[in-house]
Write a protein that binds this ligand. Structure first.
Ligand SMILES: [Zn+2]
Length: 323
């Protein structure tokens, strides 16, 4: 009996489907995700583990963690008779591009638009030490300097305390033929305990935003043809690279690489992200944001995240031509 038991279990495992349908949506089992990403699948709690990577997730959640960093899914995970499952959309567009650069748009990143949020008549979130627009400009200015030192061409949407509406910000990347767009903001919440860092990219077409109450959201129904959707996968790869470096460098509370239909993401024409560097409404966060040292820590982390992304999207070196 015992001799038969193991082969029987293996046969049963081999017979398990990789893709299942729940309410008309396709899901891929966690076990199949592990197989495709060459990671070992452990149950209860669910985990995919390899030498370099650990993917952890809970059922019915809109996020998972990669090496501890919180990354938001387009659709919640589900628990099925085959264990935890991810939507097939998220496997192809969220998980896979973190491991394999093939789904990303090949592009040499040389020109970057940095967008300090708010400005002039729009102060952004109020703080006790400064207005959000002031922190945004200080962080963006440092980031621009560092990226230029690293060999990138940088265009700032504003260089001083100018009033600038959202459409010209979003249009800047197309106008200047830039390769990526990074908007810099600081957060605010009615709950004074809310704190930490989050980095947004556009919500996938048809999915819900990670935080539907957030500021800067479009107050109109989603336009299925918005230009920002063209780079949904690339923008998420950029936001998750930046979020990872920010959490690693600052030790701040990790709110995750999130999804939102903010104007500057939704109407952009290149991979675009919006970084919320900390909360004006949280005393310890604001105290840190006010120091030039912490602003430098933030900018180094963002620049490192951009470099990680640029490395992954770099076109292959041209074949050597024989003379
Ligand atoms: Zn803001």
């Amino acid at each position: 009996m015992k001799k038969l038991f193991l082969p029987l279990l293996m046969l049963l495992a081999a017979c398990q489907p990789e893709i299942i349908k729940i309410d008309g949506t396709s899901y891929i089992t966690g076990r199949a995700v592990g197989k495709r990403l060459h990671l070992e699948c452990l149950d209860k709690p669910f985990m995919l583990a390899g030498q370099e990577y650990i993917v952890s997730a809970d059922p019915n959640e809109r996020f998972f963690r990669l090496n501890g960093v919180k990354l938001w899914l387009a659709y919640p995970t589900v628990e099925s008779e085959y264990g935890l499952c991810f939507s097939e959309y998220d496997f192809n567009n969220t998980l896979l591009p973190l491991f394999d650069a093939a789904p990303l748009t090949r592009r040499k990143i040389s020109k970057i638009v940095i967008d300090p949020g708010h400005g002039g008549a729009h102060p952004g979130a109020p703080g006790k030490l400064a207005k959000e627009k002031e922190f945004n400009l200080a962080i963006a200015g440092k980031l621009a300097g560092l990226l230029r030192d690293n060999g990138f061409e940088v265009i700032l949407t504003r260089n001083g305390d100018e009033t600038l509406e959202l459409p010209p910000r979003a249009a800047k990347a197309a106008e200047s033929e830039a390769d990526i767009f990074v908007s810099i903001h600081c957060n605010s919440a009615p709950n004074p305990d809310a704190n930490g860092i989050e980095t947004f990219s556009i919500t996938p077409r048809g999915a819900a935003n990670s935080n539907d109450n957030a500021d800067h959201s479009l107050k109109v129904p989603p336009d299925e043809n918005a230009s920002g959707y063209r780079f949904t996968v690339d923008s998420f790869a950029l936001s998750s690279a930046i979020q990872r470096r920010l959490i690693e460098s600052t030790g701040a509370f990790d709110r995750g690489a999130k999804r939102a239909r903010f104007h500057v993401l939704y109407n952009n024409t290149v991979p675009a992200v919006l970084v919320e560097c900390g909360f004006m409404s949280h005393k310890a966060d604001e105290d840190k944001l006010a120091t030039p040292e912490y602003q430098t820590t933030l900018t180094r982390a963002i620049a490192r995240g951009i470099a990680d992304y640029a490395e992954r999207t770099a076109p292959p070196a041209p074949d050597k031509v024989e003379k």
